[in-house]
Design a protein around this ligand. Structure first.
Ligand code: HEC
Length: 133
């Protein structure tokens, strides 16, 4: 366990853990719609955290930490189109790699909407007051 923990603390370890996350055969629900929650948990939560707050398994190991989606600034700074583009194409020189080859456009949009509804709508829709965190 200790060894596993140390492995998870390295950037390569985190990346391998993220890549080794079990891949479900098909993230579609029985009714044919995309199961965005399942995609988020399977592909994104290792880095972004189960609660979207970046408090994740990989947090100490990532060269660059993801943003806390539940913070008020996230709602102010991230629009849907930008988020879709990042999930599709990634951010160069960061651990955020593009998913265009693994997720369909429909799945990418669904997982972004999931993040926005589940984590970002909880944030108050106002600018943070100076000095507050
Ligand atoms: C290997 C870790 C890792 C995984 C897996 C990962 N991300 Fe990221 N993500 C990051 C990091 C780190 C950043 C911040 C990049 C930067 O600083 O510009 C980021 C940035 C983002 C952004 C842009 C938000 C911003 O703050 O500018 C979105 C949206 C996003 N990720 C969504 C996702 C979704 C959806 C998934 C799953 C399909 C996912 N990420 C999987 C690490 C990851």
């Amino acid at each position: 366990m200790k060894l596993f923990f140390r492995f998870a603390q390295t950037a390569t370890g985190a990346l391998l853990l993220a890549l080794a996350a079990p891949v479900a055969a098909d993230p579609a629900k029985a009714d044919g719609t995309v199961d965005a929650a399942a995609i988020y948990l399977r592909v994104c939560s290792a880095c972004h955290g189960e609660k979207g707050d970046a408090n994740s398994l990989a947090r100490g190991a990532l060269a660059k930490r993801p943003r806390n989606f539940t913070a008020p600034e996230a709602r102010l700074r991230l629009n849907r189109e930008y988020m879709i583009a990042i999930v599709r194409d990634g951010r160069p020189h960061t651990p955020m790699t593009g998913r265009a080859s693994r997720l369909s456009q429909e799945e990418i949009e669904a997982v972004v909407d999931y993040i926005r509804e589940r984590f970002m709508s909880a944030a108050p829709d106002r600018a943070p007051t100076p000095g507050s965190r």
